[in-house]
Design a protein around this ligand. Structure first.
Ligand code: ZN
Length: 255
């Protein structure tokens, strides 16, 4: 908690200093001045500006928040400077919103991509720092660092937008990690349909796998990082219109 606010106070401090310089220079920057003044007036109360997110349920969610015949598209292991923009393009082409489960250091390295994801109406998910699929066998201190440091990196890269979900790499959840994520406002997120787009199959293979597994449930897993994702992009370009033809709409996992 202190870490989060410490960084924010730093940002506000810089903003306030900038406002003072502008005022001294006689620049009529009313927009900035207004927000700077507010932050100054709040003083230490600026802590409340980015309030800690409310706790959510700690069980692993698969259900969609959209009623009826619905799917939740989830995209893991990015952001990636090559593949994330292509995935964003294909989602936009079919007006589909998705959840992006991001690796903390990659989000930190590509804040422009994180902001693009948010600006396009998609939601953010914490996919840890190191993507250690054996993290469920690691101490709680390790799990905590993996989850909370990544949350902060993603949230900072996004410019403050809340990270709404936590997906353990490889599904390596523990009761502790689910509870921790939930206490920090992130609903543990599972999946029902694994596109297996990270395995060496063809576009047709990914398509067949997803079509065959759709009866399993609404949450579908793809990847925009971790290697050449051209087949993922092509598979999405074929699957999304097919899903729409089948009468599916797209929602977000429940929180
Ligand atoms: Zn992953």
């Amino acid at each position: 908690m202190a870490r989060r606010f410490g960084k924010e106070s730093g940002i506000i401090g810089v903003a306030a200093a900038a406002v003072v310089s502008l005022a001294v220079a006689g620049t009529l920057a009313f927009g900035n001045f207004g927000s700077g003044s507010q932050a100054e007036a709040e003083g230490v109360g600026a802590k409340t500006e980015r309030a800690a997110p409310a706790a959510v349920d700690s069980s692993i969610v698969h259900a969609s928040d959209r009623p009826g015949r619905s799917l939740n598209i989830t995209i893991d292991d990015g952001p990636d400077p090559v593949w994330t923009p292509k995935v964003l393009d294909v989602l936009k082409k079919y007006n589909v919103k998705a959840v992006f489960c991001m690796i903390g250091p990659q989000a930190k390295a590509h804040p422009d991509l994180v902001k693009k994801v948010v600006a396009a109406g998609h939601k953010l998910c914490d996919h840890t720092i190191s993507h250690n699929t054996g993290m469920d066998h690691q101490p709680e201190s390790y799990q905590s660092q993996q989850i909370l440091d990544a949350q902060k990196m993603i949230e900072d890269a996004a410019g403050g937008t809340q990270v709404e979900y936590y997906r353990a790499p490889g599904g390596a959840f523990t009761p502790y990690s689910r509870k921790l994520a939930a206490e920090h406002g992130m609903r543990p997120l599972g999946w029902n349909v694994d596109s297996k787009d990270f395995e060496g199959g063809t576009v047709q293979g990914i398509e067949t796998t997803v079509r065959g597994e759709l009866p399993n449930g609404p949450t579908v897993l793809f990847h925009d990082g971790g290697g050449d994702r051209s087949r993922t992009v092509d598979a999405l370009d074929r699957l999304l219109p097919w899903m729409q033809q089948q009468g599916y709409g797209f929602g977000f996992p429940k929180r």
